[in-house]
Design a protein around this ligand. Sequence first.
Ligand code: PNS
Length: 160
Amino acid sequence: MSRVAVFPGSFDPMTMAHLDVAGRAAALFDRLIVGVLHNPKKTPLFPIDERVELIRASVADLGDHVEVRSFDGLTVEFAEQHGASFIVRGLRAVSDFEAELQMAHTNRKLERRVDTVFLMTALEFGYLSSTLAKEVAQFGGDVSGMVPGPVAAALAARFR
Ligand code: PNS
């Protein structure tokens, strides 16, 4: 039986914390689809196509079984479209837990066949967020080690 998972998120932009979770999920599942949420109500720093391209460049080494796609609507529908039975989410700290618990229960209520699997983000990336990386880059700080190389280059270009 092939185990398929989606790893959904906003990824505006992908951080090393996201990449760490993607890498470990890629080792657990036969197929992993990173799902980039296109939310027309939000104005992200990076448009959807650029977020997808940056993730593709960042996960290139993880193997052909890792794909990156944009989606809108419900995560469980995105999972079903790709035949995925699992949603992967990273937990950085206890502060993530409440919102993630709520999301996991909501998704299970919507679709019982899809389960959420949590991976603890590696300790060294536990402090990281997309918001923090953008703020550091905006004020000219060094984001290497916080975001994958392609993202660091894109942030530098944005705030040059
Ligand atoms: O990177 P984020 O912003 O923490 O990701 C949140 C995301 C995209 C996983 C979540 O907002 C989501 O699943 N949105 C799609 C809409 C949906 O399915 N809502 C019901 C479950 S909360």
